[in-house]
Design a protein around this ligand. Structure first.
Ligand SMILES: [Zn+2]
Length: 275
């Protein structure tokens, strides 16, 4: 799933092209992809987008007149691209915007499940839609993170992924961040001392920034992730094989030497059943 670095890289790539020409045709949109009907999609036609913005893992395309906002959430399998005039596009996009001049913004989604979404909203509706989101992860800082950790007694991996608490991090970057911070995915937020909070705040910025730089350079997952999806491969810091544990509905990757003092984490769902 694209997270803050991936969506931010995408935003920067789309910002120029989407504002170059007014929208000529809005749609087609797959019935499962378009989540709103009022205002109607056709209301975008003839308007010019002001560019691309981002909030958490969502892309926002406000119209230049300030009246409408197109919001896109890629979820796990959605992909959005700008196709220049004449460039071949997918036959059945989940969503498409065609611009005067011939360029197109195209959303596709691999697999049978249609989970990615497109919303056409007024700015007031956007505020309601995004009101539940916590502060942006990048640039959060130790002070604010410390306050969050105190008020949210949770395991770190779960807390980092909770968009209502901190916005922009998903399971891949939670793995990377906790590894860099040398903290266990199961560590309890309230148990962190000041030095650990600072380490975590630094790791959030360092990892998300590293991810953004790599994604801007076009790097693929295998080059970007050093811990995520690397079961059995040597930890890039200490050489210990990366371990994996199922936690909630997620698979967590970590280094037992760097993060858990050599302990192998148990599947918590299983241990709860056996207790
Ligand atoms: Zn290690």
């Amino acid at each position: 799933m694209p997270e803050l670095p991936e969506v931010e890289a995408l935003r920067r790539a789309l910002d120029g092209p989407v504002r170059a020409f007014p929208v000529e045709q809005a749609g087609p949109a797959h019935v499962a992809t378009l989540k709103t009907f009022d205002p109607p999609l056709i209301a975008l036609e003839g308007r010019r987008l002001a560019g691309a913005e981002r909030r958490a893992k969502r892309l926002l395309f406000p119209t230049e007149d300030g009246e409408l906002v197109l919001l896109v959430h890629l979820m796990s399998a959605g992909r959005v691209r700008y196709l220049r005039a004449g460039e071949a596009g997918p036959k059945k996009p989940a969503f498409r915007l065609r611009f005067e001049g011939g360029g197109q913004l195209v959303l596709t989604e691999a697999g049978p499940k249609k989970r990615a979404g497109v919303w056409l909203l007024t700015p007031e509706q956007v505020d309601l839609e995004l009101g539940h989101l916590g502060p942006e992860a990048l640039g959060l800082g130790a002070q604010r993170l410390g306050d969050i950790l105190k008020t949210e007694p949770r395991r770190l991996h779960s807390l980092l992924r909770d968009q209502r608490v901190i916005a922009g991090i998903g399971r891949a970057w939670a793995n990377e961040i906790l590894h860099t911070a040398k903290l266990s995915p199961y560590a309890l937020s309230r148990d962190l001392d000041r030095e650990q909070v600072e380490r975590l705040a630094d790791a959030i910025d360092a990892e998300l920034f590293r991810g953004l730089e790599l994604r801007l350079a076009g790097a693929k997952d295998t080059r970007v992730y050093r811990v995520h999806n690397r079961l059995g491969e040597p930890c890039h810091v200490c050489g210990t094989p990366i371990a994996r544990v199922d936690y909630e509905e997620h698979t967590v990757y970590y280094c037992p030497s760097c993060q858990t003092g050599g302990r192998v984490l148990k599947d918590r769902r299983l241990s709860r059943l056996l207790r």
